[in-house]
Design a protein around this ligand. Structure first.
Ligand code: ACO
Length: 337
């Protein structure tokens, strides 16, 4: 059987470290409020005036992943790029990354599934590999949130949460008789939750996609808006549900999982999940304190850190990726080294 195996990982963040204290100079917020509600202490944002797109951060992460995998860019059959903050409205960041890698003609696709974007991408890579359509796939999750946040007190509920970052993973199809690589996956979406977390403009559904006459408060339509309580409550319900689904699919128990990598949206969400699933603290990987919510990049960044620190990666170890985010979208993937 063909299995999707992770060969190398990499991560990248911009050079500007932004602490909660820095934010409290831009808007009416405090380090205490942010840490207590979210667990975030700092995040990385692009420098003021710097031109840096999701594909640029993705490129840096990809080079590191390629080096660890021992691949050259020419080895890649397909690029899958997850982002909610593409470099430009179109074409997709996957195409931009392809040319920055010095490649031409290989397919490149963008996945726009927000915090679940990396999982949608990994499952798509798995499907390409199982069907024999591709053998070596570069999966990237990358976000530049900071250039699109309302950094005034009006936008403080959202702005304090998000960080810029990228994670890349080299996924290879391997013919094996061993139960390894991507074991099982589950993806879901519920578009009725779209309004709870979205950025409205620019919008092709409007008679004028680029309204030039926005006045005063209407400018906020370019910034992400969120019904935080609703997102929180739905996340803490869906994460355990989808975990049970994927475990059932693989005929495994939560105790068979060595380490869980939840999407890093809010430490409180992950702590609620941990208590609900009765998992010890040592089996759940969190790094939101240092990165904030990097959306599609959060799981590959976490995996890269955990591999670097030898927290996971031993043959036969089983890990779980689980995410919930805008859309709504949610999913889970079980993986064995
Ligand atoms: N600093 C200080 N005060 C603030 C801030 C801030 N940054 N933001 C909001 N407040 C104020 C509010 O105005 C409100 O004041 P009021 O009581 O006077 O009206 C008070 O703090 C409480 O606000 P709540 O929104 O009720 O705070 P809550 O405890 O719900 O926490 C939070 C907000 C952290 C956003 C939480 O709801 C949450 O984490 N939600 C989920 C976020 C998430 O998971 N996003 C997911 C995915 S992202 C993706 O998919 C792209």
């Amino acid at each position: 059987m063909k299995r999707a195996v992770i060969r190398g990982t990499g991560r990248a963040v911009p050079s500007r470290l932004v602490t909660n204290a820095d934010l409290s100079e831009m808007m009416d917020t405090t380090d205490g409020w942010i840490q207590e509600r979210t667990g975030i202490k700092q995040r990385y944002w692009v420098q003021e005036g710097e031109i840096l797109g999701a594909s640029d951060l993705g490129l840096e992460a990809s080079h590191k992943a390629l080096e660890k995998a021992g691949w050259k860019p020419e080895d890649i059959d397909l690029i899958i790029f997850a982002t909610l903050s593409p470099d430009i409205f179109f074409p997709g960041s996957g195409c931009l990354l392809q040319t920055k890698l010095g490649l031409s003609s290989i397919p490149a696709l963008d996945i726009r599934q927000q915090c679940t974007g990396f999982l949608y991408s990994l499952v798509t890579a798995d499907a390409y590999i199982r069907s024999g359509l591709a053998g070596k796939i570069l999966v990237v999750g990358a976000e530049i949130h900071s250039t699109g946040l309302d950094k005034t007190t009006r936008g403080r509920d959202v702005a304090v949460l998000f960080g810029d970052g990228a994670g890349a993973v080299c996924v290879e199809g391997v013919e094996t008789g061993t139960d390894m690589g991507v074991l099982a996956s589950v993806l879901h979406a519920d578009g009725s939750g779209a309004g709870a977390l979205m950025t409205e403009l620019p919008a092709s559904r409007l008679p004028n996609r680029i309204p030039l006459d926005l006045k005063g408060e209407e400018v906020a339509r370019y910034y992400p808006v969120m019904n935080g309580k609703s997102v929180f409550k739905t996340a803490v319900r869906k994460l355990p549900q989808v975990t049970r689904e994927v475990l059932e699919k693989a005929a495994l128990d939560i105790q068979d999982v060595d380490m869980i990598f939840p999407h890093q949206a809010n430490l409180r969400i992950n702590q609620a999940y941990q208590q609900y699933m009765k998992i010890d603290e040592g089996r759940i990987f969190n790094n939101i304190d240092r990165y904030g919510n990097t959306t599609a990049a959060s799981i590959p960044i976490a995996l890269d850190e955990a591999l670097e620190q030898n927290i996971v990666g031993r043959n036969g170890e089983t890990i779980l990726f689980v995410a919930f985010g805008a859309g709504y979208t949610w999913g889970a993937v079980l993986y064995r080294f």
